[in-house]
Write a protein that binds this ligand. Structure first.
Ligand code: GLN
Length: 489
């Protein structure tokens, strides 16, 4: 049962339980992601285009699986079981990665992919179940939750990035495992207090379907069978193009099909969500240079010296974005209600449009750094400033998007829609790696900043330019999207 809207602005205590569970999950997730590309290129000696292709396949699959995990939760498992199952798979994945053997790498990633598919969309929609749709606390709940995500990401990027790069890659991955266990224990202890997240039909879930196996066991088993398939895909990553394209078409078809089953108002709401989901793909394609090309850029072309000490580049590059999110969360938590009181708060679609303008500004700052340096190294301050703008952009799209999905989707497919929201990130990440690969630096110049810089500068400026263009286009579409959204802001 959804709790009534109380008179006070206080949030239910379950929000903080979900906050801590997600915080530690993101610690481990971003901690290992910080290391991934650099580990492949410098330790496994993959050539750069291959490193990008595997990073892209991994990230794409990580954000594709939530569609499956979301659908399984809506139809069969309910959010609580789905989050537990996903969390266990993620723990196994991080532990496997910590094993210093060649085979462990692809297997560890495959477990994390499947685990994330069950964990991520469902913990996000559990936040939505704590509030009624028009509860004014809902947006702020998602901002608080987003803060948890980023505290975890900042600590993970910092600690795993440092330990992995400076001490031992596998210790870095191992650290991620420990914190994933903490996240899971927090959720396990608190899940009984949640108002929602139970299986829609608990009896059916336990009933034997065939050969004594219940629905529930079959879902878990089928997921485990996917693991070797995913490992195979890492070996044949060229197949990923077809998979991502095919799934993109299928999910588009799914939303359109679902929309046409609905009555008019609900249908247009879903159309509005669809348009914003499509734009978000492009946002992530540019933004996610962070976990790809910008990791290597930070190692090669950013002057990491502060007062005579050299900071570890991976830790800095992966700490900065979530750290800015945390700082800016306070600012935006003040800004939106302040604008709202004056009736000036932009609606969701306009915020999406503005996010691209910020994103473009951030990449232009990086580009400007490249144009003005004589040593081939841009200053740390420029790097920090570039991320400031990029993260202002993130604040206008990512937490807003989560909340938008829970408001614009019909209740019985909300976890699935959350899955599709993350699938937009999947395509985005996949494209991001393709863009990143265009910044591959030949082996013989990787240690020469003056010579490696031009490989980055051009593409960074193009990303900036495209972001501005897309932002303007989206702003032009705002009146139409607003009409489709009806009473939702
Ligand atoms: N940084 C956010 C998170 O980890 C958003 C990621 C995304 O949607 N691509 O939850």
């Amino acid at each position: 049962k959804i709790p009534e809207t109380p008179a006070s602005n206080k949030h239910p205590k379950q929000l903080y339980m979900l906050f801590f569970a997600e915080m530690w999950e993101r610690f481990s997730f971003y901690g290992m992601k910080a290391l991934l590309l650099a580990y492949m290129v410098t330790e496994l000696k993959f050539d750069e285009p291959k490193g990008y292709a595997i990073l892209g396949s991994y990230a794409a699959l990580v954000y594709t699986m939530p569609m499956f995990g979301g659908a399984m939760s809506d139809k069969f498992l309910g959010g609580r079981k789905a989050v537990m199952f996903g969390g266990i798979l993620m723990v196994i994945g991080h532990l496997v990665l910590a094993i210093p053997e060649d085979w462990s790498f692809f297997y560890g990633m495959a477990f994390i992919i499947c685990g994330n598919g069950f964990f991520k969309p469902n913990i996000s929609s559990l936040v939505g179940t704590l509030y009624a749709d028009n509860d004014p606390r809902k947006d702020s709940a998602f901002s608080i939750f987003y803060m948890g995500i980023n505290i975890g990401a900042a600590l993970g990027g910092l600690l795993c990035g440092y330990v992995g790069q400076q001490i031992n890659w596998h210790y870095g991955f191992g650290l991620a495992a420990i914190f994933m266990i903490v996240g899971l224990v927090v959720f396990w202890m608190g899940k009984k207090t949640l108002p929602g997240g139970l299986p829609p039909d608990p009896a059916a879930l336990k009933r034997s379907l065939f050969a004594g196996l219940s629905q529930e066991v079959i879902i878990y088993g089928a997921t485990l069978l996917l693991i070797p398939v995913i490992v195979g895909l890492f070996h044949r990553y060229e197949l990923m193009d077809f998979i991502m394209f095919g799934l993109g078409a299928v999910s588009l078809g799914y939303i359109l099909y679902t929309a046409f089953q609905l009555e008019k108002v609900a249908r247009f709401k879903l159309f509005a969500a669809l348009v914003m989901i499509v734009f978000s793909t492009l946002f992530w394609a540019f933004y996610e240079q962070n976990a790809g090309s910008l990791n290597l850029f930070a190692m090669r072309n950013v002057d990491m010296h502060v007062f005579g000490t050299k900071l570890p580049a991976l830790a800095v590059n992966n700490f900065l974005p979530p750290a800015w999110v945390i700082v800016l969360s306070f600012f935006f938590a003040w800004l939106w209600p302040a604008l709202n009181r004056k009736n000036l708060e932009p609606g969701t679609p306009l915020k999406f449009g503005i996010s691209f303008l910020f994103l473009g500004a951030g990449f232009y700052v990086f580009y400007w750094g490249c144009q003005t340096t004589e040593t081939g190294l841009i200053s740390l301050l420029t790097f920090v400033l570039g991320y400031f703008f990029i993260i202002c952009g993130e604040m206008c799209i990512s937490p807003i998007g989560l909340s938008m999905i829970t408001k614009l989707s019909p209740a019985k497919i909300v976890a699935m829609m959350m899955g599709i929201w993350f699938f937009a990130s999947a395509i985005g990440e996949f494209l991001a790696a393709k863009i990143g690969a265009r910044m591959s630096v030949p082996e013989n110049v990787v240690n020469n900043p003056i010579q490696s810089l031009p490989y980055y500068a051009d593409i960074l400026s193009q990303i900036g330019l495209y972001s501005f263009g897309i932002g303007v286009l989206l702003i032009l579409c705002v009146p139409l999207i607003k009409r489709w959204m009806g009473d939702v802001r």
